[in-house]
Design a protein around this ligand. Structure first.
Ligand code: KG4
Ligand code: ZN
Length: 343
């Protein structure tokens, strides 16, 4: 049995997980700084990095203790090495290097975006590739062809904002707490999705482009007048209708483009990862669409859609099996890396 420790610290979540054989989560812990950043309306990089320094050692110790394991039982340590906030990434990468060096085990550098689809392995001993996957989070909204875990080709994606970012901006317009995505999702369930007419960019074109900035602006104007500066006058029903209308616009385009991408690729397995994959409206619509077509839909559990370390360990395990091992000079990168992992 192989035991991989995963460490994730790319943004404001410090997370540690122990994953056995690449799919069984035997321990995990997460410390989120989201509450600290609610007052700022977003993540402050320097504060986030310090938060990781404070939280990480205790989380590693806790996950090992709660799982009844010691560091000496680890077979490899995997860390989210890019993309992300550089100060935040450095904390996780440094911790992983220390563990790898101290225990003489392989260090695995994991791409955070690839890991959002790596989460599909959690709870599944095997995943049938190829598949077409959407990663929709606060920073990314892209469609990929995956020939194996971590073997992704970009098929298309947003030309401006990410879907999660649009959700968070919509939440802010409505005065909801940051991050707004989960709140908009919750309130949308009780609203009328037809109340506000909102744009669905590129929905009828033949490309795999996505765009959310027009929707974001249209939503602001619909809520706060033509200058976007009027006070919000909606009552609770109106807010629910606004959330439902916004959600319908986002879900319509994400579903349409994911289906189009799979059709183009001739692939009958579709998947979604990233924080927006928690969205109940999106999950329900995809379930229906996959069922109608006789396709397979793979979705991680919601707790493994948002940033977590089990997804890092899961993909790390696959990379380790393929011998894709980093050395102790591994440097985190703020933007994505398509470069080789063996350096
Ligand atoms: O993957 P993630 O945890 O972090 C990034 O890598 O960005 O994604 C966070 C994003 C936030 O924008 C958050 O609002 C969004 O995912 N999100 C949701 C939901 N839960 C989280 N968006 C829509 N519906 C949700 N239920
Ligand atoms: Zn993420």
């Amino acid at each position: 049995m192989a035991l991989v420790l995963g460490i994730e610290s790319s943004c404001d979540e410090t997370a540690v997980a122990l994953v056995e054989d690449g799919h069984r989560v035997i321990g995990e812990a997460i410390a989120s700084q989201a509450d600290d950043f609610a007052a700022w309306g977003g993540v402050v990089p320097e504060i986030a990095a310090r938060g990781h320094v404070l939280a990480l050692p205790g989380l590693v110790a806790r996950v090992l203790a709660e799982s009844g394991r010691t560091v000496h039982q680890l077979d490899a340590v995997a860390v989210g090495a890019w993309p992300g906030l550089i100060g935040s990434l450095l904390v996780g990468v440094t911790a992983a290097k220390v563990i790898a060096a101290r225990c003489s085990i392989p260090l695995i550098a994991v791409d955070h975006i690839e890991a959002h689809l790596g989460a599909l392995h959690l709870g599944r001993p095997t995943v049938a590739y190829p598949l077409v996957g959407l990663v929709a989070s606060g920073g990314h909204s892209h469609l990929y062809h995956a020939s194996a875990a971590g073997r992704l080709t970009v098929l298309g994606g947003t030309i401006d904002d990410a879907a999660g970012e649009a959700y968070d901006k919509a939440g802010a317009v409505l005065g909801l707490r940051y991050p707004g995505g989960p709140h908009v999702d919750r309130l949308a369930a009780g609203g009328d999705p037809k109340r506000f007419a909102l744009p669905r960019s590129f929905i009828n074109d033949a490309t795999l482009r996505l765009s959310f900035s027009g929707l974001k602006t249209a939503f602001l104007y619909a809520m706060r007048g033509p200058q976007g500066k009027d006070p919000l006058t909606l009552d609770a029903h109106g807010i629910a209708d606004a959330c439902a209308s916004f959600q319908a616009a986002v879900v319509d385009v994400l579903v349409a483009k994911l289906l189009l991408a799979a059709e183009r690729e001739g692939v009958r397995t579709i998947a979604v990862g990233g924080g927006v994959a928690c969205n109940r409206g999106l999950r329900a619509r995809l379930q229906t669409a996959a069922h109608e077509r006789g396709w397979t839909l793979l979705l991680p559990e919601p707790r493994h859609c948002t940033d977590n370390a089990a997804m890092i360990a899961a993909l790390g395990h696959q990379l380790w099996l393929r011998g894709e091992i980093a050395d102790l000079r591994l440097a985190p990168l703020p933007s994505g890396s398509a470069g080789p992992r063996v350096r």
